[in-house]
Design a protein around this ligand. Structure first.
Ligand code: SF4
Ligand code: MG
Length: 337
């Protein structure tokens, strides 16, 4: 099937006083209709920058999309006008963030914030929009929506605010929802409820979701496919069960080894592997993981491995261990638990 969104060779950089950070370095991704694709990686791996690029929310300057295409509905989102992008944002592509308080308007009722998009993008009149706002609040599990619709964000609890944010972003029936760490700020019980809500809504609305997270438990519970990012590149992509149970990239093996148990509290960033991520002011020319990889060979430091199809069209990995001409040391799969 044709993907609903396709990213081709995306490069994004940020200028700083200390030089240029190459945050995203040649990302290729496809999102299929109605699926949840998780992008996982440590802080600074480029996952949020990739998501922000899709919404054209990279602060520019200092940020810049240097190269690549983001194809949505026959359009390249890196090339369309600000006005066209404004129309797509919020109506065709919605977004929810880690902290809803920073994206909700504190001076406007929650109802008005849901109604705005409906009146602007869908040209509903005030009554219709209010009706739909109440319906949306009910859909995301907010009790007494007729009363809540007239309240301000500070009158909502953290979990309720994230539900309200989801209501706002889904009100116009977007084709894609980008969720950047949507549950990280919430406590474990509320996290589980929000994830369940997202799963339910996805079945009802068939919205494709891009879920950015550092939490593999969240991926396991929510996504069908996963892309693992490291050093501004995607190192492994596949179905969740392929990447979790038959991973082929040493960085993914490290991540899996650090996977916390699902039944205990998880709020720590992934940083289980000795060493630190590559310097993106001066990125390595070879594999970004070479300095930390227990299986690194000479070629790993010199040349970036090409993407190998482990399962054609389904499971891809960028590692020299998978290359037919590389030595077969350390080859294997990693089992969780
Ligand atoms: Fe390790 Fe080399 Fe594979 Fe990179 S390409 S993950 S350094 S074996
Ligand atoms: Mg982030």
């Amino acid at each position: 099937s044709t993907p609903i969104l396709e990213i081709k060779d995306l490069h994004v950089s940020f200028k700083t006083y200390a030089g240029e950070v190459q945050a995203v370095r040649g990302v290729n991704l496809q999102l299929e209709k109605g699926e949840t694709l998780a992008i996982v990686g440590e802080s600074g791996s480029g996952k949020s920058v990739t998501a922000q690029s899709m919404m054209r929310l990279i602060p520019s300057p200092p940020g810049k999309i240097k190269k690549g295409e983001i194809l949505f509905d026959g359009k390249d989102l890196t090339k369309i006008s600000d006005k066209e992008m404004y129309q797509i944002r919020g109506s065709e592509i919605g977004m929810i963030f880690q902290d809803p308080m920073t994206s909700l308007n504190p001076t406007m009722t929650v109802g008005k914030q849901i109604m705005e998009g409906l009146m602007w993008h869908q040209r509903l009149n005030k009554n219709e929009a209010q009706h739909r706002a109440i319906e949306m609040l009910r859909l995301v599990g907010i009790p007494t929506p007729e009363k809540r619709v007239k309240q301000f964000p500070h009158q909502f609890s953290g979990g309720m605010r994230q539900r309200a944010m989801i209501a706002i972003s889904l009100a116009c029936n977007p084709k894609i929802l980008i969720a950047d760490e949507p549950t990280t700020a919430l406590d474990v019980t509320i996290q589980a409820q929000i994830l369940e809500l997202m799963r339910d809504l996805q079945i009802k609305t068939e919205t494709a979701i891009i879920l950015i997270t550092h939490d593999l438990g969240v991926v396991a519970e929510t996504a069908q496919r996963v892309a693992v990012m490291y050093g501004g590149k995607i190192v492994e992509t596949g179905k969740v069960e392929e990447v979790f149970y038959r991973s082929r990239h040493p960085y993914t093996w490290g991540l899996m080894g650090s996977m916390p148990r699902l039944d205990i509290e998880r709020d720590e960033e992934l940083s289980p592997i000795p060493g630190s991520p590559p310097d993106l002011f001066d990125p390595p020319k070879g594999c970004p993981f070479a300095d930390r990889c227990p299986h690194a060979m000479h070629i790993c430091h010199d040349e970036m491995p090409e993407v190998t199809e482990v399962i054609p069209g389904s499971h891809q990995v960028a590692c020299w261990l998978e290359h037919s001409e590389a030595p077969s040391v350390g080859r294997g799969t990693m089992q969780v638990n």
